[in-house]
Design a protein around this ligand. Structure first.
Ligand code: NAD
Length: 475
């Protein structure tokens, strides 16, 4: 049985009856899984009113109460991970083990926010006049509007919800219409954990219409979005026009720098496995592979052989290592990258064509001999395509790594401490991973620089976007 899909407004689950609906499709089989109701304007107004009303009491709730609810959600995430994971594989496509892993790791996110929300401190400022008492408090910003994507439907939504709710805000979240079951499951968990009505509201619809309506509303005080750079810029501009705070987690084009002193065999194998995680539909996916000349052939051979051995299939089959792309439109998007590369003299070493079977299947693909200005070297592929190019000089590879407007994650493989230090200082990225993959833990900040975004989620920074600073002075 697939998830029952509904809106969740003011503590009530509202069905599609009398509302416009859209099909939710299994990307592995193209089978229709269910009908997702769209929120009408009246539904959005109801969500706004409920969130505004709930904020009046939730803002003053004890951090202990918020913490208790978040802890309960963490516990329910662990208990329900298998069922939620199965539904997420059905509507998103990733292998079941990845789906379940996403949910279990998000239980840690809920626990982390449960702990940290009890530590939102202010400060006392020593006065110039001893009769003055002056201090700073951090208060919840108010009603938040959040928009989350389909690649990590559970993770992206729960991080925003936990941060908003933990800070004392209320939130209206529009989840991904293509892969909605995980967000529905989150709504159920918060409901079952005793969250008061109106604190969390879930809506669905035409993304541009819902975001436009919510961001323009004077009730909304903060906008949080995870998705592509162009959409992020549109939403940030609209939020700016209405002077709303923003958190933007946008796309990336992560450079990978493999130096000739690295453990090349290990790096190539690990990078191949990391590349195909979620079929490459990951904003921090390793994207441009720069490999030092001396070890280039060794790296390429091991990388390609590891990818060649990856079992692609329906995420519910137990031996599947890489599932389909989440939506039909992503398959021609992959082909466009390959066509552009080949037209520019690129050499296709592996894959390159959609698999001849039902479902949105595109195989692991490796391309070499491509110019720096090709599509794959400059635009986010968001799929299982890896361009691998050689480099000789450290300063030159740093320049190339920093040459795009993106600045999300980056990966460096070297056994030289000096190189690791030099490169980690020089890379224009929100996250630098040296000799392993360590981003996106609850206790570490996740976010980008340049076009990749504004603000961080996770870590001690997690509540910053949901709080405003108030200075109080008295005599
Ligand atoms: P898209 O840009 O149309 O949509 C990306 C996401 O943004 C979707 O979840 C969509 O519902 C949402 N969205 C789109 N327009 C919106 C709007 N006006 N208001 C609110 N939400 C809106 O593209 P797509 O085909 O779904 O995905 C392709 C691209 O999206 C990828 O190439 C990648 O760059 C980006 N993406 C990034 C992330 C991320 O984690 N940063 C996640 C998913 C997709």
């Amino acid at each position: 049985m697939y998830e029952t899909l509904s809106l969740y407004i003011d503590g009530e689950f509202l069905s599609g009856e009398g509302r416009k609906t859209q099909d939710v499709i299994n990307p592995a089989t193209h089978e229709v899984l269910g009908q997702l109701p769209h929120a009408s304007q009246a539904d959005l107004d109801r969500a706004l009113t409920a969130a505004a009303r709930a904020f009046e009491t939730w803002r003053d709730s004890s951090p202990m109460q918020r913490s208790e609810i978040l802890r309960k959600v963490a516990q329910l995430s662990r208990e329900r991970a298998q069922d939620i994971g199965r539904n997420m594989t059905l509507d998103q496509g990733k292998p079941l083990a990845e789906s379940v892993g996403e949910i279990v790791s998000c239980a840690d996110h809920a626990d982390w926010h449960a702990e940290e929300c009890r530590r939102i401190y202010g400060r006392v400022i020593p006065p110039r006049n001893p009769a003055v008492h002056q201090y700073v408090v951090r208060e919840p910003v108010g009603v938040c509007a959040a928009f989350t994507p389909w690649n990590f439907p559970y993770n992206q939504a729960i991080r925003k919800i936990c941060a908003a709710i933990g800070a004392g805000c209320t939130i209206i979240l529009k989840g991904p219409e293509d892969s909605p079951s995980a967000v529905m499951a989150i709504a159920r968990m918060f409901h079952d954990a005793g969250l008061p009505p109106g604190v969390l509201n879930i809506v669905w619809g035409v993304p541009s219409e819902v975001s436009d309506y919510l961001i323009r509303s004077p009730i909304v005080r903060k906008v949080s979005f995870t998705g592509s750079v162009p959409v992020g810029k549109q939403l940030a501009a609209l939020a700016g026009a209405h002077m709303k705070r923003i958190t933007m987690e946008l796309g990336g084009h992560s450079p990978v720098l493999v130096f000739d002193d690295a453990d090349v065999e290990k790096a190539a194998k690990q990078l191949a496995r990391f590349k195909i995680r979620n079929a490459g539909q990951v904003c921090v996916s390793p994207t441009r592979f720069y490999v030092q000349q001396k070890v280039f052939d060794h790296f390429l051979e091991t990388f390609v052989e590891t990818l060649r051995g990856i079992k692609v299939g329906d995420g519910l089959e137990s031996d599947t290592e890489m599932g389909p792309l989440a939506h039909e439109r992503r398959v021609p998007a992959m082909s466009r990258f390959v066509e552009d590369s080949v037209a520019r003299g690129g050499k296709l070493v592996l894959g390159g064509e959609p698999l001849d079977r039902k479902g949105n299947f595109f195989p692991p693909t490796v391309i070499t001999d491509i110019p720096q200005d090709s599509m794959i070297m400059t635009e986010e592929p968001f799929g299982p395509i890896a361009p691998v190019v050689p480099f000789t000089d450290t300063e030159e590879v740093i320049r190339q790594a920093n040459s795009l407007p993106f600045g999300l994650s980056s990966y460096v493989f070297t056994t030289s401490l000096q190189t690791a230090n030099r490169v980690s200082r020089a890379l224009e990225a929100g996250m630098v991973n040296i000799n392993h993959f360590g981003s996106a833990l609850p206790e570490t900040p996740f976010g980008g620089v340049k076009d990749s975004g504004i603000g961080s989620e996770g870590g001690l920074e997690t509540f910053d976007g949901y709080l405003v600073t108030k200075f109080v002075t008295s005599i």
